[in-house]
Every structure is written in C-alpha cells, then in structure tokens.
Write a protein of this length. Structure first.
Length: 299
C-alpha cells in the first residue's frame, strides 16, 4: 500500500468519525518531515504484522480498543478525580501478565506513537537531545521498554554499546523483539526492583513507567542506583492520563519534578506537551493529559 499512513487515518475516521477527524486535525500542523517519518514507521510496523500473518487492520483494531478503554477510564476519572487502579499488583495481574489484554494494549500504544501529536513530539524531543549524549554511552539500559520504539533508536545510534532492556511483561518483550531490528539487545523479563546487575549504566531511558507504580520516588531511586555517577537518564510520564494500567496520578509538572528531586535528581532539559491545543493554564485546569519528558542527572 503506497500511502499507508493516510489509509490508517481514513480507516480510523471510517470506524470512529469523531476521533479520526480529531487526529487528522491535530497532525496537520506537524509538517512534511513528520508525514515521511510516520509513513516509514507504519510501513515497518505493517511488515512486522505481515510476518506474523496479520495486517494493519489488526493494528487499527488494537488502537481503537485501547482508545475505548481510555474513554471508560476517562469517564471514571472525571467522576471521581482518581485513577481506577489502586495497586501495582492489580495491574500486573490484569494487564502485564494477561497476554490477551497486553497484546492489544501494547500494539495500540505503538500505533499511537505517530498518531498522537504529543507522543510524536516527545519522541522528537528525545531524539534531538539524545544525540548529544552518544559519545559518553557504553552501557545503555531501558526500563519498561514496552513496544521498543526507544530501544530501536538506541540500537540505531549506539552500534558499539551494550544495550539492555528490563520489562516485567513477556508480551512487551516479545513485541519489542519483533519491532527492534539490527544490533543486539539483551532482554531481561523482570520487575525492575529485582534487577541487580553488577555494573552500572551511562544512560537509562524509562518512558511512561513512573505512573505505573505506587511509589514513583522509590522507582526513581532504583533508577538512581543503576546509574553511573556521571550517568544521565531520560524519563517521560503523563499527567491526568487515566488508562487501564496507570496507578499513580500526577496532576501537573510540579508533582513530577518534586518526586524527581526527592529521588536525588536534577532536571537539565525538559518538555511539557498537552494533548489538546489549549493555553497551558486552561489545559491544566481542565485536567487535559500532559506528556512530561526530561533529561536528568544526579544531584
Ligand atoms: C506504557 S508502557 C511504556 C512503553 C514505552 N517505554 C513508552 O515510552 O511508550 C510501560 C511498560 O513498563 C513495563 N513495566 C511496568 N512496571 C514495570 C516494572 N516494575 N518493572 C519492569 N517493567 C515494568 C510494562 O510491562 C510496559 O511494557
């Protein structure tokens, strides 16, 4: 299929007109470079699906299934002001350790990486800044790599480094093994709290994991213990983002930065991107999801 990205947008619009129109409007301003990257990304994903007997229709179904879950979680959140999950164990049992849920959820999340302007902007922010760190990285770790989008960047940019990924979900690791091409990655199927390697890392990426645990300070302290003294980390986490696997509610940037500092880190570059095109004060007041992304160093 020649213009796969356009086909995906059209098919989503056919199946869910309101959502499809919103997506088309939100990506319009991202420019030609974005459209080329999105096309390349979905062509690659389509080839992976094809090799396991599936088509892009499967990816679209997973995406809409994930969005449907999110809509229910959003309604509950609007009613209660809380996320519906209260414990990590609950999410581990119902999501990470449940292949049927994890398959559509992680494929849906992968699809969203180029469909949601805030996901694409976080990915671009990472790429731009990660480049400056490359010469100092001999050992790279990713915690909760999920589908493998960031792992692929490490494999592309760090051909001589050791690249390790620790993830608690077998389904995530399987998807990442399919998605990441070239280079070699060591995967560890473990809860990060039980991951105790003998050597430390120069760079650690932890995208969208902080909101999955009950105690994000403890998780960041664990990351701190895995990092070299001069090592750097890249973390992302959303605020006001109810989903089937989120436990800890960050309400705004300050909530996130406070826990980063409590864990012994300092933010040296950051980015805050709201999911809706609104002035930041209005977006925060309306509890619109915001993606927080930051590069950290030890204090
Ligand atoms: C939302 S996905 C994030 C995927 C990707 N990093 C991103 O930024 O889009 C969260 C991932 O973290 C993993 N995860 C959650 N808690 C974990 C833990 N305690 N230890 C290791 N992995 C964990 C999940 O299995 C899942 O693959």
């Amino acid at each position: 299929m020649e213009n796969l990205f356009q086909h995906i947008l059209d098919r989503i619009t056919e199946l869910n007109p309101m959502h499809g129109k919103k997506l088309k409007k939100s990506v319009k301003s991202l420019g030609p470079d974005y459209f080329n990257k999105a096309e390349e990304f979905y062509q690659k994903y389509n080839r992976i699906l094809f090799s396991s007997g599936k088509t892009i229709e499967f990816g679209i179904d997973c995406y809409l299934h994930m969005c449907n879950d999110m809509m229910f979680e959003q309604l509950r959140f609007m009613e209660t002001g809380k996320y519906s999950n209260t414990s990590f164990d609950e999410v581990n049992k119902n999501v990470y350790d449940n292949p049927a849920v994890m398959e559509y959820h992680m494929n849906g999340l992968l699809m969203s990486e180029m469909l949601w302007h805030h996901h694409y902007k976080v990915y671009s922010f990472f790429k731009e800044n990660f480049n400056h760190h490359l010469p100092s990285i001999a050992r790279y770790l990713e915690i909760g790599g999920g589908h493998g989008l960031f792992t692929q960047e490490a494999v592309n940019d760090l051909p001589n480094a050791i690249i390790d990924v620790v993830d608690i979900s077998k389904s995530s690791i399987e998807l990442s093994k399919q998605f990441v091409s070239g280079g070699s990655v060591n995967y560890y199927l473990k809860d990060v709290y039980e991951y105790n390697p003998e050597v430390k890392y120069d760079f650690i990426v932890m995208g969208e994991v902080l909101e999955h645990v009950e105690d994000p300070v403890a998780l960041l302290k664990k990351l701190h213990s895995l990092l070299n003294e001069n090592g750097k980390a890249f973390i992302t986490t959303p605020t006001n983002a109810p989903t089937i696997d989120h436990v800890y509610l960050f309400r705004n940037r300050k909530d996130v930065v406070d826990i980063i500092e409590k864990a012994g880190f300092e933010v040296y570059v950051e980015s805050c991107i709201y999911a809706e095109d609104l002035p930041p004060e209005t977006a925060e007041e309306m509890k619109i999801t915001m993606m927080y992304a930051a590069f950290l160093k030890k204090k």
